[in-house]
Write a protein that binds this ligand. Structure first.
Ligand SMILES: NC(=O)c1ccc[n+]([C@@H]2O[C@H](COP(=O)([O-])OP(=O)(O)OC[C@H]3O[C@@H](n4cnc5c(N)ncnc54)[C@H](O)[C@@H]3O)[C@@H](O)[C@H]2O)c1
Length: 278
């Protein structure tokens, strides 16, 4: 009989992580390694993907691949799939993790910042949605189709607490700047993250009878040396009173990509220190 803990194991399963060379992508890869799986770091930053894969491989003494991919083009996603096929029979797990999340910075005090909705450039709109949404669409199409053909697989979309709630723009305010000139969290972040939750529900029902489960994780902000004043304003919005530690999502990642969550599809798991319940 399989124990409850055994259901968290993904021994030998191959998992593609888009944006795998980034801040959290590497942590998802560590979670996959912890649970016995084989991570593939797919990233537009090829050098970082190769380096991080090599570091992880050394650390765990296990196979880890880094592969270049620009998930905004179907050719590159197909090429990624072909390169995965050179190494492995199947890709069992897809984590749609890549996204643009430009930091909201102090702007000049006398001009309208690009992030404000009234002047938000359509090039940035297109660019952000092409990574955060089109990329997830294309990867789900290529890898999900193969999973559906094999009648098994898991897709995990990395959304955000800002896929559930609107941003509280007050936390991005700078002193000495008038209201109309305050930088804001870009609209594209909200749209991409809410859109990913829509994609999650769509694919969960679309492939329910093909053995492909699709869920979303909605993480809150991870502490990464942000300015103290910002951290203070953000953590005031979080019942647990702090940002997440970088390793705190790993158990949830394992849960969502393993048989531990076998009866879960189309759901969004919110892990945000309670922010969205306030
Ligand atoms: N860091 C946080 O606090 C936090 C909180 C909530 C949600 N998230 C979400 O988690 C995910 C990972 O965040 P992160 O902090 O690791 O971001 P990050 O910026 O460190 O990593 C993103 C990675 O995506 C890659 N990338 C960008 N465009 C690409 C493309 N076209 N093709 C392939 N790869 C591409 C980048 O090279 C980078 O390595 C994102 O979806 C983010 O929105 C992060």
């Amino acid at each position: 009989m399989t124990s409850a803990l055994d259901r968290f194991r993904i021994d030998g399963k191959v998992a593609v992580i888009t944006g795998g060379a980034g801040f959290l992508g590497v942590k998802h890869a560590e979670a996959i390694l912890d649970a016995g799986g084989i991570p593939i770091l797919a990233d537009i930053n090829e050098r970082a993907a190769l380096q991080r894969a090599s570091d992880l491989s050394d650390k765990y003494n296990r196979e880890v691949l880094g592969i270049y991919a620009d998930i905004t083009t179907s050719e590159s996603v197909q090429d990624l799939s072909d390169r995965c096929a050179d190494h492995f029979d199947n890709v069992d797990i897809l984590i749609n993790n890549a996204a643009n999340d430009p930091k909201v910075k102090q702007e000049k005090t006398d001009s309208v910042p690009w992030s404000r909705f009234e002047v938000f450039p359509d090039e940035i709109w297109n660019k952000d949605l092409s990574v955060g949404l089109t990329g997830a669409f294309l990867c789900s199409q290529v890898f999900g189709r193969e999973m559906a053909n094999r009648k098994q697989g898991v897709i995990l979309n990395i959304a955000s607490d800002l896929g559930i709630i609107g941003p509280d723009q007050r936390i991005y305010r700078n002193n000495g700047i008038s209201d109309d000139l305050q930088p804001v969290k870009p609209v594209t972040y909200s749209v991409a993250k809410h859109g990913l939750i829509g994609l999650t529900k769509y694919l969960a029902t679309y492939w329910a009878d093909k053995g492909v489960r699709v869920n979303a994780l909605c993480p809150g902000g991870v502490y990464n040396g942000q300015p103290e004043a910002f951290v203070q304003k953000l953590t005031n919005l979080i019942p647990l009173g702090r940002m997440a530690d970088i390793d705190e999502y790993k158990p949830a990642i394992i849960f969502l990509i393993s048989d531990a969550s076998s009866y879960m599809t189309g759901a969004s798991l919110i892990i945000d220190g309670g922010r969205t319940c306030w």
